[in-house]
Ligand binder design. Structure first.
Ligand SMILES: [Zn+2]
Ligand SMILES: [Zn+2]
Length: 228
């Protein structure tokens, strides 16, 4: 049985999504389909923010995160590693914890030297670090949501560019954007006081969260009609 426990890592969650969904995804969905689904559930989560409906936000935030993992799996990119390369316990832009971008207004990304590659041991530890880098008090939940939408667009853009020209630099762009998008998911969760690891444990206690099978046997129609 495939399941997630709250003390596990983001890496474990990504592997789990592969175990449950890779077979069905590979047979049923093009990369563009995966992106459409990821965007669809992100938008539903944003609707949850606008309506002040936390339950709706939680459910769709988790589903959106799992589609993001499916996209990373399609490219064989390990999101956890990319997140720590991009955010080595500090802001990826100004290199500070907490982030000082608002005060310093840098026009260019600072080169961050990584002394030692350290990272928290669990997904919840990761979420905590992101709250230290980007304190939820410093912005509203709506602002965090807008930032997430912006980064989701950049993921699409990076994939579009890479699939057009297949330059290695463009592949690196996908890695960066997936990391940025993940950091925004942590940001939204922190602003809304949602513990991602706990929610994933509740949702993925037995295989697919809808059909409870692994591999998932949800049909294309079931997924497209999912109202969350
Ligand atoms: Zn910063
Ligand atoms: Zn299923």
């Amino acid at each position: 049985m495939a399941s997630f426990r709250k003390n596990q890592t983001l890496n474990k969650f990504q592997t789990l999504i592969g175990e449950i969904y890779a077979l069905t995804d590979d047979r049923t969905y093009s990369l563009w389909d995966l992106l459409t689904q990821q965007q669809r559930f992100t938008m539903r989560a944003l609707k949850g923010i606008r309506k002040g409906n936390k339950k709706k936000l939680i459910k769709n935030l988790m589903i959106s995160l799992s589609w993001l993992m499916a996209i990373a799996n399609r490219f064989h990119i390990t999101i956890e590693d990319e997140v720590w390369r991009r955010f080595p316990m500090c802001c990826s832009y100004c290199g500070k914890k907490p982030c000082e971008c608002k005060q310093t207004k840098l026009s260019r990304r600072k080169k961050i030297r990584i002394k030692k590659f350290i990272k928290p041991r669990s997904l919840s530890g990761m979420q905590r670090i992101f709250n230290e880098i980007y304190p939820s008090k410093s912005r509203t939940l709506a602002d965090a949501g807008v930032h997430w939408a912006e980064e989701m667009g950049e993921v699409s853009e990076a994939i579009h560019n890479y699939l057009g020209q297949h330059f290695e630099k463009q592949f690196d762009g996908i890695k960066h954007e997936l990391a940025d998008c993940t950091s925004c998911i942590f940001g939204v969760a922190n602003s809304a006081d949602i513990n991602i690891a706990i929610e994933l444990e509740k949702m993925f206690y037995k295989n697919c969260h809808v059909c409870h099978e692994a591999p998932c046997i949800c049909t294309f129609t079931t997924v497209s009609q999912l109202r969350t």
